[in-house]
Write a protein that binds this ligand. Sequence first.
Ligand SMILES: [Zn+2]
Length: 412
Amino acid sequence: MAHTRANGGLLRGLLPLLVALMAPPVVGYELRRDSTGEPVRWDARVRFVVDPAFDVQLDAADALSALQDALATYRDAGVGLQLEVVQGEHGGVGYDLRRDAPNQNTIVALDPWEYDASAIAVTVLTVDIRTHRILDADIALNAQHRSFRVLPPEGAPSNSPWDDVQNTLTHELGHAIGLAHNPAVPGSVMFPTALRGETAKRAFSADDHAGLEALYGGSAELEGGGGTTAGGCSTGGGSGGLFAVVVMLLMTALALRRRREAALLVVLAGPGALASTPEREVPDVAQASLVATGRVVRVQTLVSTGASGLLRTEVELEVERCYRGSCPTRLVVVRPGGRLGHVEQWVEGHELPRPGESLGVVQEEGSAATRMYSLERVRDLVAFARGLERLTSPPAPRVPAPPSAPTPARRR
Ligand SMILES: [Zn+2]
């Protein structure tokens, strides 16, 4: 049976967000930092292995040429890092932790896709937090849910079905060498979202150049914000509107004292109000077997990495509010990435929450994926709230999925 707990979760999530938003916006690049706070980077040389049939696997003629063009962009930028790609067989995405195990940096087209369906691509980065050196970087393109093409230089209309190969790879290569998302500069390669048909991210902005210089140029000072931003390398709207978001959230927070949380979420998610905010894909809550908010009480990487070479981390939530489905009081979700000993691994766009963080969780019927939305990050909060808006009727008790269902979450 559905149950309801205290309504304070979203409010607790909103307030730090407001504080963060009221601070002056960070303009500039962001570096991927490990859990010690240090930026991560390669030593001097990175070699990627790509399957000779990459074009076929991606169903995009000339995709290999587009990959070379993306690499050339980095070479032309004078990056003090040797980037190269060779064709050959490879072991796929992940990092084998066993001593002396062969590990390659790979660029692959994946179908089936095991990450967030809305992501165009992901980069899996593995680092040694003692040296802050990148050990392994793998780029995977979402060949199941996206359609790739090598578009003409001017691109294609945003209502076209195509994602440009070079546009995508230039961005992902940035992740692969240590750049994080730059949500402050919409024209940058490392901006978190891309429109279909877009080719603007084939070329670096001044901010991208500054980030590369900071990592590999040797002269620029490291600056530009700590940590990373939320979200994948995904389709989204435009940018800006931060001021509107601040005002909206402030009003919402004030109103929260008097109104019901659900009604406020509808206001927050009102059509048009936040239309210019970069967003995550809105969850289809009508198809969800479970929609809830909760607080993270445990984040623990599993010792066994399995055959994939991907670290997996259990995230345990104390459910605070159940919007749909039969919510347990504690919910455990397994996420890619994590930390084992001195090795840390991230799947870009699948950030692990920290203990105490407030999350929205959506489990879709018949899908192995559980989506997490940080209620302390604008893009996540807005997407989750818009999803909730679609819940027009009160949550009805539903039969929980049987234990054998292919879902990484389980009840406790
Ligand atoms: Zn990205």
